[in-house]
Design a protein. Structure first.
Length: 221
């Protein structure tokens, strides 16, 4: 009787295929981002063809157009994923070479010693082809300097602010407004990362930048 009433009134049953379609859409989008991340890192944004990306992702060009109507939209998704992964890796702790004695045994996020380790980890990441290409080279060119700077601040400024505020409270930094110093540190680390990414010998440039960064941050008290 219930079934007949539903048919008579034109009521629709829940679409059992909807969750499967949503899952497939998420998987297709993830495959496109992963493929584009690989191709952009290897060839750079401008040399990468969308035909290569759909081939690596094993999806149709129509699927690409559905999820990312413009190539720039796909690049933005890749850029944000690379940035998020960099923060996640830093959250797991920088390696022993990056940590140094200041952060020995300090696993607490948001502290000044932890921030110093995170900044060094960011410089180390700037030596990898993926970060060099996607974040530091193609990022400003494709997104535009203003948008690139906004995204850099979105992903990094909050972490830096927390570290600076802790540094001031703990006496590592002389008392002062935290926001201007956080913005200056963000500008310094971005410029240092660009220097490393564009150096002929990125590893040596990273080590030199690390010494300079540590010197600067150690004289804020």
């Amino acid at each position: 009787m219930t079934e007949m009433s539903s048919i008579a009134t034109g009521a629709r049953r829940p679409d059992s295929a909807a969750p499967a379609r949503a899952r497939q859409a998420r998987e297709t989008r993830a495959a496109l981002i992963a493929a584009a991340r690989q191709v952009f890192a290897e060839k750079g944004y401008h040399a990468a063809g969308t035909h290569e990306i759909v081939a690596v992702a094993k999806v149709t060009r129509g699927a690409l157009q559905h999820h990312f109507p413009r190539k720039e939209d796909l690049f933005l998704a890749v850029f944000e994923q690379v940035q998020s992964d960099m923060i996640a890796r830093a959250a797991q702790g920088a390696g022993p070479d990056a940590q140094g004695p200041d952060v020995e045994g300090d696993a607490e996020r948001g502290t000044w010693p932890r921030l110093k380790a995170d900044l060094i980890a960011y410089l180390q990441a700037a030596t990898t082809p993926e970060v060099q290409r996607v974040v530091l080279t193609d990022g400003p060119a494709v997104l535009g300097w203003t948008e690139w700077r906004r995204l850099e601040a979105y992903y990094g400024l909050g972490i830096i602010m927390a570290g600076v505020e802790h540094g001031i409270a703990a006496g590592f930094i002389r008392p002062q407004p935290a926001a201007p110093l956080a913005h200056l540190i963000l500008s310094v680390i971005d410029e240092a990362a660009l220097m490393v990414a564009n150096a002929q010998d990125p590893v040596t440039a990273m080590r030199d930048a690390q010494v300079a960064l540590d010197t600067m941050l150690s004289h804020l008290a």
